[in-house]
Design a protein around this ligand. Structure first.
Ligand code: SF4
Ligand code: SF4
Length: 318
């Protein structure tokens, strides 16, 4: 059944229930913690990593996605769009200009070919937990559980904390995938029912961090230090050529991992899984396109460097 995103949003806001905006429930995930997991992806992120594999998470509310391959060029959406955000390319395929879109969502109903769809929906805590509990038998059989990722889950703290609380009551292992960029009070509250934190560290130099990701890193490192010894932590470092592919800095991050009692440190080389999504969301993906891939020799060098670190440092898988 088709859900009217705007009507549901209005109804739930008026109900006063705690709600969150979610854009995906990914079942059978093996990348986001131990065992088989369902990962719930929430919208909104304070960082702007040019290589983001979930660009649909960046904007904190609803938005549209326009998929050119599905467009028949009928022009119906262009007629309803009041901001001029939609146009056709030379092949009569839809082009979305994110900078002009006001997220009114009117074009979704105009398209009969599902070339324009909504990204994100408001859900209650009960709805989210109901969805996440569907795979409880798989979690139990594989020592898996639920991971909440994004975006940045700390941007929807009440909702995320309540979902974690309900999951714990139901005996589900919980993991938070976070950048750590939030006030300590928020981090403390959201993590009280979390068994494992997947904590991203992207760069140790605050100036470089801000230059590329839009925010400084001090609060991220402070929160990490405060979490030390309180909850199980896995550090995760996305390795990006030309940004943080620096073995000396990587060694310092490994040392930081030991200081904060992280159980594991994962280095995750750049992948391009999300790159195709940028144009369908109307985003400029040119910064991502400019990032080069690692060469096989470079990857071997990293693997070689960390092969003696036993299973504390893991290279190449989450
Ligand atoms: S959601 Fe954006 S593209 Fe669609 S009609 Fe509204 S302003 Fe235009
Ligand atoms: S309404 Fe749908 S099919 Fe028609 S031009 Fe717009 S996106 Fe393409």
């Amino acid at each position: 059944m088709k859900v009217d995103i705007k009507l549901k949003d209005k109804t739930l806001k008026e109900s006063g229930e705690t709600t969150g905006i979610v854009f995906n429930f990914q079942q059978f995930s093996i990348q986001d913690g131990p065992g088989l997991r369902t990962t719930m992806f929430v919208k909104g992120c304070p960082l702007h990593c040019p290589w983001c594999s979930n660009p649909e998470s960046i904007y904190p509310s609803y938005q549209i996605k326009a998929v050119q391959d599905k467009c028949r060029g009928c022009g119906a959406c262009l007629k309803v769009c009041k901001t001029g955000a939609l146009s056709h390319n030379e092949n009569h395929q839809i082009v979305l200009d994110y900078s002009k879109c006001n997220h009114c969502l009117d074009c979704i109903d105009a398209c009969n070919y599902k070339a324009i769809t909504g990204v994100g929906i408001r859900v209650t805590v009960k709805e989210a937990v109901g969805e996440l509990m569907k795979d409880k038998p798989f979690y139990d059989n594989t020592r898996g559980g639920v991971t909440i990722s994004g975006g940045e889950p700390l941007m929807q703290p009440e909702f995320v904390a309540e979902v974690f609380g309900e999951l714990k009551k139901n005996g589900v292992h919980t993991a938070l995938d976070t950048t750590g960029y939030a006030k300590w009070a928020t981090v403390k509250n959201v993590t009280k029912d979390v068994d494992l934190i997947l904590y991203d560290i992207k760069h140790l130099d605050s100036k470089k961090h801000q230059e590329v990701l839009g925010v400084k890193n001090e609060v991220i490192l402070e929160n990490l230090n405060k979490l030390a010894g309180k909850t199980k932590i896995w550090l995760r470092i996305p390795l990006v050529p030309g940004f943080n592919d620096d073995l000396d800095m990587a060694d310092k991050i490994v040392e930081l991992g030991r200081q904060v009692k992280a159980e594991k440190v994962y280095f995750l080389p750049l992948h391009r899984w999300g790159e195709h999504k940028y144009s369908s969301l109307g985003y400029d993906g040119s910064a991502f396109a400019k990032i080069r891939d690692f060469t096989e020799e470079e990857l071997e060098k990293w693997k070689d460097h960390y092969k003696s670190f036993s299973d504390y440092v893991i290279f190449g898988k989450a």
